[in-house]
Structures are given as structure tokens and as C-alpha cells.
Design a protein. Structure first.
Length: 112
């Protein structure tokens, strides 16, 4: 399974709406940060194993798509950090964590 990258405000708004139909997981990724590179690898490890299939997986690059990243924080009420992963269901926060806590094991423990 793979993720889709959010690169526009419209994509974010549509994804946020879809969280009414199924959970969404969003990774906020900084392409210049080694800690974020590790989180991105862990996210991909989770997705390459046996990820939960009723969840939509998304990623936003926080530097390249800063307005979208900030809008996600505003819409969800989850203070922006990166790397950061969050799960939303029906537009509500189910779970979020940041930095070195973004691991395959942690993601699996919450989602599976």
C-alpha cells in the first residue's frame, strides 16, 4: 500500500471531508530533517508490511507545502510539529505523535 501526497488546499479539504467516511493518517514530513527522514522510512516500512486497509494514508511536505501544513494544524487543532503523524476519523483527532515516536511499531500498535 502507498500514500498520496497532499500538495494543494483542495486536496486537503477533500481528504478532511473523506475522514467522515473512513479514517485518514497523515504524515507531516520535512525533507531537510534527519529525524523526519527516519519517520518517513518508518511510515514506509509500516505501509510495505500489512497496513490497515480501511485507512487512507497521506503525506504533506511541510516546507514545500507550508500553507497546507498550517491549515491541517488549524483544521484539526493539532499543534504543528514535524515529523508528525496523526490519525483522524470523522474530522476528529484519534491519535498523533511526533519525532522519534513515529515508528513502524508505534503506528502498528495504534492502527492494527
Amino acid at each position: 500500500m502507498t500514500y498520496n501526497e497532499i500538495t494543494s488546499q483542495q486536496q486537503w479539504e477533500e481528504a478532511f471531508e473523506r475522514s467522515n467516511d473512513h479514517p485518514i493518517v497523515i504524515l507531516k514530513h520535512s525533507t531537510t530533517c534527519p529525524v523526519s527522514a527516519n519517520a518517513h522510512d518508518e511510515f514506509n516500512k509500516y505501509l510495505s508490511d500489512t497496513p490497515r486497509e480501511d485507512v487512507e494514508y497521506l503525506m504533506v511536505k511541510v516546507i514545500e507545502s507550508r500553507p497546507i501544513s498550517l491549515q491541517i494544524a488549524e483544521d484539526t487543532g493539532i499543534k504543528h510539529e514535524s515529523p508528525q503523524i496523526m490519525m483522524l476519523d470523522k474530522k476528529e483527532k484519534v491519535w498523533s505523535t511526533t519525532h522519534w515516536s513515529v515508528t513502524k511499531a508505534h503506528i502498528a500498535a495504534v492502527l492494527d
